[in-house]
Design a protein. Structure first.
Length: 392
């Protein structure tokens, strides 16, 4: 009997669109009367559609400026790179395009949900503790009182409650280890859904699959650092036999009937830290400012926390494709991806913003969790102010 195509909604993914610079105008033989140059245009920057936590690129910035400003921009970028990150400067003034996430009136996740983890590949206990403590911190006050300079992780998550009267309260659930790579070292989206189904998912849970640095996932580092999606338990279990998943009908995805939400995030330490662990690693392209020191002394896992935070916020506010987002449903900008690359006040492309720094370790962070553990969390779009909100 031929396997049915598994019923699975199209996962939320993000790509960085780039356009080539306009070609130079041809030379004129007849001299023309020179005109005074107008000031550099302040065109609004469109939201960047990028892999999760990817810094905006120089290419994405350059196509928004006329030729008369491009040379000046390149000179200033070179000067800033030489000056280092200690005295960051915003190199140009632009009017930021307003971000508005539209409520498509689909179902959101509300109430109590357990977050169950499947660790695919080898992780040390210390690495697993970083993610576990982050999840515990979402609904718990930190051991030490949070200050204005370092609010709590729970304060960051509280922004999701402004999307819907019934807040989603996430707690750490069960954890499953798969160090032997039972489905192999290369995974498809269908394989990810099958792994998520092993966590006995239900409507009151969110399944999270975390892959080790040596695991190859389709699209990882090329167009994404993770994804969130939904599936039925039966369809997800049959996914490896079917080979690939097809998108669910839009109405079914919006209602979320009989479906569970799941998340996948990869540890990019060995494959693409410049793509998926920025700002703890120099970006693969664009301005090469010195990277920040990771608060948990693990570039890969601190990058996992940034991407997991991004995906959980998207899973709660747009779990089945009919919640809050901007743009096409196939490549939506969601609660955090609408604010890509912003971590503190004064952020701009290539600079994460002003952040507290630990005097002893030199690590940058903006949130405190359980047992005083520190994290760097991305900005989230606030529906009350229609702006990207940072903790510091």
């Amino acid at each position: 009997m031929k396997n049915k195509t598994p019923e699975k909604s199209r996962p939320a993914q993000w790509t960085m669109p780039t356009r080539p610079l306009p070609s130079a105008t041809s030379a004129r033989k007849t001299p023309i009367k020179p005109r005074p140059l107008a000031p550099c245009a302040t065109q609004p920057l469109p939201p960047h559609r990028s892999s999760l936590a990817r810094p905006p690129t120089l290419t994405a910035m350059a196509h928004q400026f006329p030729h008369r400003c491009l040379a000046l921009l390149l000179i200033l970028l070179a000067a800033a790179a030489g000056a280092g990150a200690a005295t960051p400067r915003q190199l140009f003034l632009v009017s930021q395009a307003p971000v508005t996430l539209t409520n498509h009136h689909g179902q959101l996740l509300t109430g109590n949900h357990s977050v169950n983890l499947l660790w695919y590949g080898r992780f040390t206990p210390a690495q697993r503790a970083v993610v576990a403590d982050f999840l515990l911190s979402l609904s718990a006050a930190p051991a030490a009182p949070a200050s204005a300079a370092a609010p709590s992780v729970a304060a960051w998550w509280a922004t999701t409650a402004r999307y819907h009267p019934g807040a989603a309260r996430l707690t750490l659930g069960r954890q499953v280890l798969d160090p032997s790579l039972s489905l192999g070292r290369r995974l498809s989206e269908a394989s990810l859904a099958a792994l998520a189904a092993r966590l006995s998912p239900h409507r009151g849970s969110v399944a999270v699959v975390v892959t080790a640095p040596d695991v190859l996932v389709d699209g990882f580092c090329l167009s994404r650092c993770g994804l969130h999606a939904s599936a039925t338990s039966s369809a997800a279990a049959a996914a490896p036999a079917a080979g690939h998943g097809a998108g669910a009908p839009p109405a079914a995805a919006a209602r979320g009937r009989g479906r569970f939400a799941y998340v996948w995030v990869g540890n990019s330490a060995d494959q693409c830290p410049g793509e998926c662990a920025w700002p703890f690693h120099q970006p693969s392209y664009g301005p090469q400012a010195p990277p920040l020191v990771a608060p948990n002394a693990d570039v890969g896992m601190d990058g996992v926390v940034i991407n997991l935070a991004t995906l959980l916020a998207g899973a709660v506010t747009n779990p089945y494709g009919g919640g809050f987002f901007q743009g096409p449903a196939e490549a939506p900008l969601e609660a955090v991806t609408a604010c890509t690359g912003v971590f503190g006040a004064g952020a701009y492309p290539g600079y994460p913003g002003q952040l507290p720094v630990d005097a002893a370790t030199g690590a940058s962070y903006n949130a405190v969790g359980v047992a005083g553990r520190r994290f760097l969390l991305p900005a989230m779009w606030d529906p009350k102010t229609s702006q990207c909100s940072t903790l510091v």
